[in-house]
Write a protein that binds this ligand. Structure first.
Ligand SMILES: Nc1ncnc2c1ncn2[C@@H]1O[C@H](COP(=O)(O)OP(=O)(O)O)[C@@H](O)[C@H]1O
Ligand SMILES: [Mg+2]
Length: 456
């Protein structure tokens, strides 16, 4: 049942110091949730929803025929965390960070919220929508300030997003250092996700090295990818190849993936300054958007520099996965510039608060306990440096990107490690990703997929 007053009127009537209960009863439930299409009187809204890890303020889902959400209480679609106006939800404030942590770690990742696709956080002064894709949670809007003048537009933007969810998660695999395992990670992660029956597209966006395309024995594109990106009307599907490893059992079930191969025209026939003239920042992003319903994951392998191909890759991505080497200080320092400089630069161009960095991992190389300690020390020092205000650079909190499990109560310095393993390196010559043929390689990359992307 729609309330008699409008959404902007309800917002302007809220007292300046409205506590959570008032925000909830006179604004959020009767107006925001109604406008978003969830009706409390129809049983589509559950307060104090038991997530299995505590009670979330609200869970909502549209009814499906006789399946009334309030009665079955399963498969929530969106989890809402509500605050009173005494809590400051300005992006970056300590209270904002705490509220986001609570919504993400406690509720969205809780056992009974597996089905949830969205998280919504508001105190009626600010509002932010988050998207959940399996285990990955990323912003779907920036943290927006709301007022009676803007509220209609903001809620309409959120409604559009939750009514038209996109299927694929786009991941750029990037470090502006070469030889850290970007291509190896891309190809094996794609294979593991394919073996888990996910629909996967990999994009070889390192046309100079073309390692990904050649590691799979796929012919280079001869202008098809270039044309698809250059011509608004060209169909990018025409440039896609299918990779199925030549192994009987796998081929029978077609547990392979699609690939947009490296295009030789992009290196030989056209130089970067021409491309900069022709392409917009969002050229790759727009093209891949046409494919987002056909895949669960789109993985983009990028070159080891900060030039046009990696900039396009990060712009197209929602999340960035950064392989590093524990014993290579440059690879760690470069990860800092990715997280602290390049990603925010792209975020400000895109305006939807993506891409975000996933925590770094150590790829390849045997790590002794002593070496691990040394690497952790170096990272702790980098965290310390970034916390200081330096002349032009604002303060930055690197901790969640280096030590995602660290809390004040439990000083956990866990960093995910992908071991060095000869069969991973040898696979490039056989042109079959290691995980298809080798049990240990498969286990290593299953752990990687579970660490970042898939529920256990
Ligand atoms: N976990 C690993 N174990 C063994 N060799 C690896 C591993 N990861 C990468 N390599 C090897 O290291 C080299 C560089 O990896 P690559 O993925 O090409 O790096 P990048 O794409 O970052 O330049 C390759 O020869 C690759 O086979
Ligand atoms: Mg590479």
């Amino acid at each position: 049942m729609m309330s008699e007053i409008s959404l902007p009127a309800a917002l302007s009537k809220l007292p300046e110091d409205a506590p959570e209960a008032v925000v909830s009863a006179t604004f959020f439930v009767p107006h925001v949730l109604e406008e978003l299409g969830f009706s409390q009187s129809n049983g589509e809204v559950i307060p104090e929803f038991d997530t299995g890890k505590g009670a979330a303020d609200y869970a909502v889902r549209k009814n499906i025929g006789d399946d009334i959400f309030l009665h079955t209480r399963n498969n929530p679609y969106m989890i809402c965390e509500l605050k009173g106006r005494d809590i400051n939800l300005e992006e970056g404030s300590a209270q904002y960070k705490r509220a986001v942590q609570q919504l993400h770690k406690k509720y969205l990742l809780a056992p009974k919220c597996r089905s949830a696709k969205w998280g919504l956080l508001t105190n009626s002064c600010h509002i932010q929508l988050f998207r959940k894709h399996n285990k990955v949670i990323h912003p779907a809007t920036p943290c927006l300030e709301i007022s009676p003048e803007t509220i209609d537009t903001v809620i309409e933007t959120i409604r559009q997003k939750i009514e038209n969810p996109i299927k694929a998660l786009t991941v750029a695999i990037y470090n502006n250092k070469g030889g850290v395992g970007k291509t190896t990670t891309t190809v094996n992660l794609a294979s593991i996700l394919a073996l888990a029956k996910k629909r996967v597209l990999v994009v070889d966006f390192d046309p100079n090295q073309q390692d990904l395309t050649s590691a799979l024995g796929i012919p280079l594109s001869n202008g098809q990818v270039y044309t698809a990106l250059d011509d608004r009307d060209a169909d990018i599907r025409d440039a896609i190849q299918r990779y199925v490893p030549p192994l009987k059992k796998i081929a029978e079930n077609d547990l392979g993936f699609d690939i947009l191969p490296a295009d030789k025209v992009l290196v030989h026939d056209i130089d970067e300054s021409d491309l900069r003239q022709k392409w917009k920042k969002h050229t790759l992003h727009r093209k891949l958007a046409e494919l987002k319903d056909a895949y669960d994951y789109i993985l983009i392998d990028s070159p080891p520099n900060w030039r046009i191909f990696s900039q396009q890759a990060l712009y197209a991505a929602e999340v960035v996965l950064t392989p590093t080497k524990h014993n290579n200080l440059f690879s760690l320092e470069n990860a800092v510039s990715v997280i602290r400089d390049f990603i925010p630069e792209v975020q400000s161009m895109k305006g939807d608060a993506t891409p975000i960095a996933l925590p770094i991992f150590f790829n390849g190389g045997k790590i002794t306990p002593y070496q691990l300690q040394e690497a952790q020390k170096a990272l702790i020092e980098m965290i310390k440096q970034a916390k200081k205000i330096q002349s032009e650079r604002p303060k930055f909190d690197l901790q969640p990107y280096f030590f995602p499990r660290y809390t004040n109560a439990r000083k956990d310095l866990h960093i995910f490690q992908l071991p060095s393993y000869a069969n991973i390196a040898n696979a490039a010559f056989a042109r079959i990703p290691a995980v298809y043929r080798d049990k240990s390689a498969r286990e290593y990359y299953i752990s990687l997929a579970k660490e970042y992307f898939l529920h256990g």
